[in-house]
Design a protein around this ligand. Sequence first.
Ligand SMILES: Nc1nc2c(c(=O)[nH]1)N[C@H]1C(S)=C(S)[C@@H](COP(=O)(O)O)O[C@H]1N2
Ligand SMILES: [Mo]
Length: 151
Amino acid sequence: MATEAGKQHVWDWAGLMALPAESPTVDLHCVTKWSKFGTQWQGVSLDVVLADVETAAEHVLVTSYGGYTTNIPLADLVDGKAWIVYGYGGRDLAPEHGGPARLLVPHLYLWKSAKWVREIQLRQSDVPGFWESAGYHNYGDPWREQRYQGD
Ligand SMILES: Nc1nc2c(c(=O)[nH]1)N[C@H]1C(S)=C(S)[C@@H](COP(=O)(O)O)O[C@H]1N2
Ligand SMILES: [Mo]
């Protein structure tokens, strides 16, 4: 699920479940102007997932089953800011919300939180994902209302 220079780190479901879990309670911000406060998730911190990954990369392209992509700076996925989540409100994460597992990056707009996450590619260069290629803001900070390119 995480790669650099051809080196792959793969977690199967049992391997993901064996990692220490957290239960973050976070606010979500959608680009279409709604927010949802105090959502409760269960999952694994990206700090844990990336603990054994040595990298000089500063950029990440996340790919989902189905082909969705989104790009995020690596700095925004570490230091307790992002999780691979598989539970919501104490239940298994529903398929329509990204189950069995999705990325959760609550400090950025929700389109960065890729559902059905498949691969986290560590990259030396930035590359736009699906919505970023379609005119959404490259970074997507809700506090600065970075919805579209130029915001
Ligand atoms: N794989 C995948 N992830 C995705 C999307 C998508 O189309 N495919 N849409 C994004 C967008 S635009 C939003 S607003 C949120 C919606 O998450 P939700 O369905 O849990 O509300 O998922 C994001 N992650
Ligand atoms: Mo969205």
